[in-house]
Design a protein around this ligand. Sequence first.
Ligand code: PLP
Length: 369
Amino acid sequence: MEPINVTRSWMPPFEEYCQEIQELWDSRWLTNMGAKHRQLQEKLAVYLDAPNMDLLTNGHLSLELSLQALELEGEVITTPFTFASTTQAIVRSGLTPVFCDVDPVTLTMDPAKVEARITGRTSAILPVHVYGNFCDVEAIGRIAGDHGLKVVYDAAHAFGARYKGRGAGAYGDVSCFSFHATKVFHTVEGGGACFQDAAFGRRLSRMKNFGFCDPETAADLGGNAKLDEFRAAMGLCNLRHVEEEIEKRSRVEEAYRQRLTGTPGLELKAIQPEVRPNYAYFPVLFDETAFGASRDQVWAALKDRGILARKYFYPLTSAFPCYQGRFDPEEETPVALCASRRVLCLPMYGDLALETVERICGAVLDCRK
Ligand SMILES: *Cc1c(COP(=O)(O)O)cnc(C)c1O
């Protein structure tokens, strides 16, 4: 039997993509902010409720260049319960990450613990909307306002999720998205930043193109982080279908919940009040004693049956060897550390058959001693 992967990329109908790219054979405008790029940017700003947006080559460089375009210095308060990219963007921008613990329910940055982390060197807060759960955007906005800090959200998980009717692009000074092939919406590889300040946007758009403000002048220190026309065309196709994909994922989620809700020692994440979820992931947290098997035992048992679940996020980014023991997860972020040891993301994508969900749930429940 084919292994069941944790995710499977959505593809638009082949003919639709062919039609979308056909013009490129005539125009020969293949990259450098052509017509497809412009169209996708406009449509995404509307979909994400962003005042402004720019497309970039991936989510990681959206974060990294955003931090640099904000001209931040010193310390950035962030969370270690995230993908490697978030912390690497901070460190590679010459900034110091300061880790704040997460809320045990949403697994996003705990606003009650942010103020204790603020020092005279703090310049920004970089929280992550985890699994499409929204951070407490109101509390974080208040704290940032009180202390004159910028807020940059890592919104890679939040595409299509809505809080109080608004998309994730509406919040913070900047919100960065990933359009990687494994995400709810993708451009194969790709990303974007939604932002409030137009001057920031002009700097960001120069920085993604070697800092050029005209063909002879590099006004900023930049690099190459442009999204080409072929990937923008993929985005235009996928955006037409993204609500359908979210709807299909909601049925998969419903099937998981029906089968797994109420199992002792197995925690499912509640849908937040006033949130329209995007069903990006299906995380389950195991309590080894109450469930009768540890997260790692369940992961291995599923793997034996060809079901590839993912320990996500594990380990905490603050534990990576590239930081050479600079951080202390046990001391700094015990709640995040505990979650990272207990969480497992089960396969989740729109085309996942409900019978397969049934089989995955059976395999999980069989692990109980
Ligand atoms: C996917 C992801 C990124 C990185 O995005 P890429 O497009 O792969 O560079 C950053 N942060 C989080 C939370 C992600 O899930």
